[in-house]
Design a protein around this ligand. Sequence first.
Ligand SMILES: Cc1ncc(COP(=O)(O)O)c(C=O)c1O
Length: 407
Amino acid sequence: MTGLEMLALEMLHSSSMHSTLTHLECSRCKKSFPSGQLVNLCACGGPLLARYDLSRAAKTLSLEALRDRPPTMWRYEELLPAAGEPVTLGEGMTPLVHAQRLGARMGLGRLYVKDEGLNPTGSFKARGLSAAVTRAKELNAKKLATPTAGNAGGALAAYAARAGLAAIVVMPADTPEANEIECRAAGAEVVKLDGLISDCGRYVAERGPREGWYEVTTLKEPYRIEGKKTMGFEAWEQLGGKLPDVILYPTGGGVGMIGMWKAFAELEALGLCGAKRPRMVTVQASGCAPVVRAFDQGAAASEPWENASTIASGLRVPKALGDFLVLAAVRESGGTAVAVTDAEIVAEARALAAEEGIFAAPEGAAGIAAVRKLAERGWIARDEVVVAYNTGSGYKYLPSWRQALGM
Ligand SMILES: Cc1ncc(COP(=O)(O)O)c(C=O)c1O
């Protein structure tokens, strides 16, 4: 290839692969915001959602075009917010594992586990923080702060380090040790509080403006959801351009659920899927199940859960900012909401490891426990395509695993 041909190819590549981000829109009052400045929530309290020029994106994004793109979530570049080179560690394109043996024992022929534990930093939080740190860097933030149940903090610390930015992570004192260690290793400042993630959230919100931190708290920052939505794009792509019949998602803040719901609407707008959606299932732990309770009561939003407690630390969110969006997605999709006990989580974590070789986080195992319940009830049929997200790696929860194995 001549130098001129190579230059032409590079130009073609850069002109055909770029973000079509246009603006941000409030998820409550629909007010528009420019995308070129650092923002958090709308004045009405609503989280902001990224909007794209979908007709422009449709010109270049297709199943065919994706074949030659790098195996990271940034392959969906048209529908992601990076203006230039993203801050990446290779997140995304995690395996969609056909759980044949586990599925067969539940009477399901097409159960798949999307193994998010294989992401950089060992959880799906890598996706959201790659997107958020990319934008924060582009918009000149200097110090990024987040409350965390653990994994988001680890991911923020890593991506901030990669971007050369400072990070402060605020976590409950009983967060898994691996999360604290990974944050400190990446050079983040770590604050541990006696309390829950909601207390950590208050701490960041109070000090952030005073200290000049940019808050990348779930849903208070518009781009984490953009990273997480790629879990939905990938399921579609890995199933050959088809959406599954059922998706199970372990829900704390619910951002993955909101993100995937948004992803499917974008795919439809691009003509890449039809109007039929997967039935979306929110899975929570019975020791902290505010969204399940709201779903059962027919409420539009949840009430704070008292004395939240579960081994699935990522699900210990007493009240999520985006609960109303999660509930809307679950209902619109014809889905449901299921709570599972810690004992059920432990049993399914062991089954997933022993029968499929997947060493899961308790949050991921919660999804499998819900699959079992819904299959037993006949809510999921034998031949339906079911995708359960294992949102994190078991390696981050070794003390819980030690206990589960009676060691
Ligand atoms: C492993 C794991 N799974 C699930 C969740 C819940 O994620 P979301 O806030 O998107 O509901 C978390 C959040 O901390 C997590 O760390």
